[in-house]
Design a protein around this ligand. Structure first.
Ligand SMILES: [Fe+2]
Length: 277
């Protein structure tokens, strides 16, 4: 078992990431890079570049407290997101003192009334980061992202995740080990994507733009046993998913295995970094 307090050699951010399973790196995206990503994304908001985004109709959980229709638009491997995936790797490695293998990036613009239901991520997201790019909320404050990080939730089902986290009122959430995180553009929330439940309540605002970047631990058992996780089963950072590429099917199988046997995933995700239980 890791003794977090005896190891005085750990620096603050590393210790916090290992103990809390997340670390909020305020302003990690510098102003120059942030304005590049913001400007680039504004270009993609307009015709004809907007057609590359996939429009998704939101789906509420059956027992949700929200009913309003909502929409998101999503862009896998957006060039501006790939830049964040590759440029921030070294910075994140320094912050958490873990060597990383990049898997993929994803960009999503949430519109009014959007809800992100509580979930944990798939194997390619062992170490993930959510980056706030731009937001327009009614109260001019950040749209909170919530984490449940009091233990390892890698084997939590999607159906049950809502019940034990997002369904609860704010004061109960806080008493039961949930954290409310507020992010400004340029802030990077680094977290153990497989082990930490995360969600966002209904968006009261016009939009929120976020880039997600994902990695696996280079020296952990997940990547050691499954090197196909590099680039999430694609040929490179710039490639689309190609069913004919040898690693594609292997990663699909791994995703399936993690759903059918979440205890297997729990025994490996961030093993040696944070507690399994
Ligand atoms: Fe997620």
């Amino acid at each position: 078992m890791i003794n977090f307090f005896r190891n005085k050699a750990l620096k603050g951010s590393e210790l916090l990431f290992k103990k809390n399973r997340y670390y909020l790196a305020k302003g990690l995206v510098n102003d120059e890079l942030l304005s590049y990503v913001q400007d680039s994304w504004k270009g993609y908001d307009k015709y004809p570049f907007d057609s590359i985004f996939v429009k998704k109709q939101g789906i509420h959980k059956e027992n949700s407290k929200w009913k309003e229709e909502f929409e998101t638009i999503e862009f896998g491997a957006a060039p501006f997101g790939t830049i964040l995936l590759t440029r921030l790797q070294k910075e994140i490695e320094k912050i958490i003192n873990i060597k990383l293998i990049p898997t993929y990036n994803y960009s999503r613009k949430y519109f009014r009334n959007s809800v992100l239901y509580a979930h944990r991520d798939r194997p390619s997201c062992e170490i993930s980061a959510t980056i706030c790019i731009d937001q327009d909320t009614d109260n001019k404050k950040p749209w909170p992202i919530w984490l449940k990080n009091d233990k390892n939730y890698a084997n939590q089902t999607y159906a049950g995740a809502y019940e034990i986290s997002q369904k609860l009122d704010e004061d109960i959430r806080k008493k039961s080990g949930c954290k409310k995180i507020l992010m400004e553009p340029g802030d990077v929330l680094i977290y153990q994507g497989i082990n930490v439940l995360h969600w966002r309540d209904q968006l009261e605002g016009n939009f929120s733009k976020n880039v997600f970047i994902h990695y696996v631990n280079k020296n952990g058992p997940l990547f050691k046993d499954h090197p196909e996780l590099a680039w999430d089963g694609r040929k490179s950072a710039y490639s689309d998913y190609d069913a004919d590429f040898k690693n594609y099917k292997l990663v699909q199988d791994l995703n399936e295995k993690s759903e059918n046997n979440p205890d297997w995933l729990k025994s490996r995700a961030c093993k040696g970094i944070s507690k399994i239980d």
